[in-house]
Design a protein around this ligand. Structure first.
Ligand code: S3P
Length: 419
């Protein structure tokens, strides 16, 4: 297959959630461009509207306006759909509000752990009632106290929930992480002058005034490197050609997959490097490459946590074996990604196995053939769709519509690369 042309990935999902939340808390009207139109971001907008925020419709291409509107008690439970980021970051925002709210979500989200955020927020003084470790839960925020927290997981959602609680509750927080997770919240807080800095490897928020005044802002969201990763992978697996992927966020806390790809033998060129609202952005030039296996250590995982499925797919086409160390977190994503990546690779004729918290993948060159169970997980659907672009392949996905969570135009864009 020959790859070619120019594609633009959709807006960054992590940044889209955060800018919507900050705009809803800001004192004035903000204007956001390039927001992801995927279902997860619409979940955040819906929840913020239930809390009284005024947000114009989120449509492809158009700017989204968020007007000043103090948050008020919701009349019904806040439905977060499939979105872990909505649920976990909103709990942080609600910790600083003097009313009670109940959060819930779809069956996948209700199974995902919430104690990792409710535990530190309780230490800050929020009252939280939950049954077991998950949604639904009810939070009554209010008068908070400052917190110094050693997070047991390298999770940007945990870190951001605490930062949002510090911001809305007007109290200082200090967070230590085992490894640095994505830092979009820190960059946005810095961009808006909200009193964030780093001290001896820890993230420190000292809200600048009382109550913290968040200025309204205009911001353009860069393209999502996690969505671009599927296009990069498809181009690397092609036989000839060159693909230009425009406007991709290249924040180093997100681009671990490019580092791993380089080790595997694929060099992705970054051109036209620029800054967009405190985030580095570039265009990527990708060419086909012969891959070799590699070891991905635990320290690298936070920088590529959402790219393990697509990297595992690439590893199954490499020369030699690949191992991803300590990827137990993948068990509590939108699906049990650790088991499902391995099982689905086996289902299409590759060799892969989860051993303890490690994922082992053997390389090979037989055309992949078989049925893939996506478990309605968008990243599994897209990773295995990439495998289905190989000559002689016959990969059947159990469903395709889950891609709308993070990349509504994925199949159209993938076709464009091979048109
Ligand atoms: C996200 C953080 C990551 C990632 C998720 C989005 C975020 O989750 O997997 O897709 O926007 O903060 P964890 O914080 O659980 O690692």
């Amino acid at each position: 297959m020959k790859v070619g042309g120019i594609v633009r990935p959709p807006g960054d999902k992590s940044i889209s959630h955060r800018v919507l939340m900050l705009a809803a808390l800001a004192r004035g009207t903000s204007e956001l461009r390039g927001l992801l139109t995927g279902a997860d971001v619409k979940s955040t907008a819906r929840v913020l509207r239930q809390l009284g925020a005024t947000i114009s419709p989120i449509r492809e291409g158009g700017p989204v306006r968020v007007a000043r509107s103090p948050l008020t008690a919701p009349r019904s439970p806040l439905y977060c759909g499939n979105s872990g980021t909505t649920a976990r970051l909103m709990v942080g925002i609600l910790a600083g509000q003097r009313f009670a709210a109940t959060l819930t979500g779809d069956a996948s989200l209700r199974r995902r752990p919430m104690r990792r955020v409710t535990e530190p927020l309780r230490q800050m003084g929020a009252e939280i009632t939950e049954r077991g470790d998950g949604l639904p839960l009810t939070i009554r925020g209010g008068r908070l106290r400052g917190l110094t927290y050693q997070s047991p997981v390298a999770s940007a959602q945990v870190k951001s929930a605490i930062l949002f609680a510090g911001l809305t509750g007007n109290v200082p927080v200090t967070i230590h992480e085992p490894y640095r997770s994505r830092d979009h919240t820190e960059r946005l807080f810095a961009h808006l002058g909200l009193g964030i800095h780093e001290r001896e490897g820890a993230i420190v928020l000292e809200p600048p005034n009382r109550p913290a005044a968040i200025p309204p802002f205009h911001l353009s969201v860069p393209g999502d490197p996690s969505s671009a990763a599927f296009l990069v992978a498809a181009a690397v697996l092609a036989e000839e050609g060159e693909l230009l992927i425009e406007n991709v966020g290249v924040n180093p806390t997100r681009t671990g997959f490019l580092v791993v790809l380089e080790r595997m033998g694929a060099h992705v060129e970054r051109v036209n490097l620029r800054d967009e609202g405190g985030e580095p952005v570039a265009d990527l030039v990708v060419r086909p490459a012969q891959l070799k296996g590699t070891e991905v250590p635990a320290s690298e995982i936070p920088t590529l946590v959402d790219e393990v499925p697509v990297l595992a797919v690439l590893a199954s086409r490499a020369r030699g074996a690949t191992v991803f160390r300590e990827v137990g977190e993948l068990r509590v994503k939108e699906s049990n990604r650790l088991e499902l990546v391995a099982a689905n690779l086996r289902a299409v004729g590759a060799r892969a196995e989860a051993r303890g918290s490690d994922l082992h993948v053997a390389g090979g060159d037989r055309p992949p053939r078989g049925r893939v169970e996506t478990a309605s997980d968008h990243r599994l659907a897209m990773a295995f769709a990439v495998l289905g672009t190989l000559p002689g392949s016959d990969v059947k996905l159990s469903e395709k519509k889950s891609v709308a969570i993070s990349y509504p135009s994925f199949f159209r864009d993938l076709r464009t690369c091979f048109a």
